[in-house]
Ligand binder design. Structure first.
Ligand code: KG4
Ligand code: ZN
Length: 340
């Protein structure tokens, strides 16, 4: 879309355990992005501790914004709007980022844009850095596979900001399954990267774990797979767990289902292209599955943009702003805010 007004957006993301800020130009060009991870703080609990997350956001938010503006060689007066994640996510964490954005909007008089975090993951496909040759702009209609820690969805997008949810997980999200299986296999938090790493040494055919195809539906289910891994681990109570083989066989089952079901939906809807977004889109075998097919052009964000960041919030924020969807200072966080 070349006819939208140009704009520089400062975005803030604090929905879970990363305090992030970014400045993006015209919805695509990344000028600066900072992500302060709390991973080490939460690792000792084996997952995100909500109250601790909120306090860490309070400590990190101002330095993260200052650093981001400095890296972009900008001051607040150079911006056109302030965007922030409004939901879904942890209420106490979201409040920190949204209220910071409200304060900045109030102080500068700039418009405020509340962004859906899931929408942000999809819009990460639009972002590129100055060093990159700009990848082609995603073309509508497109099929968006959204795979994060809390969500697994197939959304048909016929235009900007319109999402038709064709299917979603009936139980665990794909990222959640990675995290739970990591725990079963004694692998460290966060589970996705550690399962992927362990799987590199393993044989994906060593175990035949189930695939929930749910024929005739675009929905997903991963709890049966998780239980199958659990049952298999019980056979090794007095022997060493074949961690690498189990990780590889589990990962292969998740990737196969995500890939095949997305391809089927893309064919049925006759889309022009596929987008994959969310933390699990960092998974190497999943990326390779999509990049290895020639039926549809596919956009998967750079690894640094797959897990939570503010560049994706700035991208979605830009299209909301440019298409006239700004918000008043009275908006509140929406901890459960479905995309469609
Ligand atoms: O999008 P995200 O950063 O946060 C949410 O919005 O939930 O996604 C986090 C999820 C976690 O479940 C994490 O284990 C998973 O993404 N993840 C991965 C990989 N990197 C992160 N899953 C599989 N393979 C990876 N390389
Ligand atoms: Zn996320």
């Amino acid at each position: 879309m070349t006819d939208l007004k140009p704009a520089r957006i400062l975005a803030i993301e604090t929905s879970c355990d990363e305090t992030a800020a970014a400045v993006l130009e015209n919805g695509r060009l990344l000028l600066a992005s900072t992500v302060a991870s709390q991973m080490e703080v939460h690792a000792r609990y084996g997952g995100v501790f909500p109250e601790v997350a909120s306090r860490q956001h309070v400590l990190a938010i101002v330095p993260v914004i200052e650093q981001t503006l400095a890296r972009a060689h900008m001051v607040l007066a150079d911006l056109d709007a302030i965007a922030a994640t409004r939901g879904p996510g942890l209420a106490g964490a979201l409040v920190v980022g949204l209220n910071m954005a409200k304060g900045l909007a109030l102080g500068t008089g700039l418009p405020l844009v509340g962004v859906n975090h899931l929408e942000g993951h999809i819009y990460s496909a639009w972002v590129h850095s100055a060093e990159q040759i700009p990848p082609p702009e995603p073309q509508f209609p497109l099929m968006a596979l959204l795979v994060s820690g809390g969500h697994t969805e197939l959304n048909l997008m016929e235009d900007h900001l319109t999402y038709k949810r064709l299917g979603a997980t009936r139980d665990d999200a794909a990222g959640e399954a990675f995290d739970k299986v990591a725990r079963l296999l004694g692998l460290p938090y966060p589970g996705g990267p550690s399962v992927q790493q362990a799987a590199e040494e393993g044989d994906p055919l060593a175990f035949k774990f189930p695939r929930a195809w749910l024929e005739g539906s675009c929905d997903f289910s991963f709890s049966g797979l998780k239980t199958a891994v659990l049952n298999e681990t019980k056979k090794y109570e007095d022997r060493e767990l074949p961690t690498a083989d189990m990780a590889a066989a589990f990962q292969a089952a998740v990737v196969e289902v995500l890939f095949e079901k997305t391809m089927k939906a893309a064919r049925e809807c006759k889309v022009k292209q596929i987008i994959v977004g969310g933390g699990v889109s960092a998974n190497r075998p999943l990326r390779e599955a999509f990049q290895g097919q020639a039926e549809f052009p596919v956009t998967i964000p750079h690894i640094s943009l797959c897990t939570d960041n503010a560049a994706m919030i700035a991208a979605a924020g830009y299209y909301r702003f440019a298409l006239g969807h700004t918000d008043g200072l009275e908006i509140d966080v929406l901890p459960t805010w479905p995309l469609s």
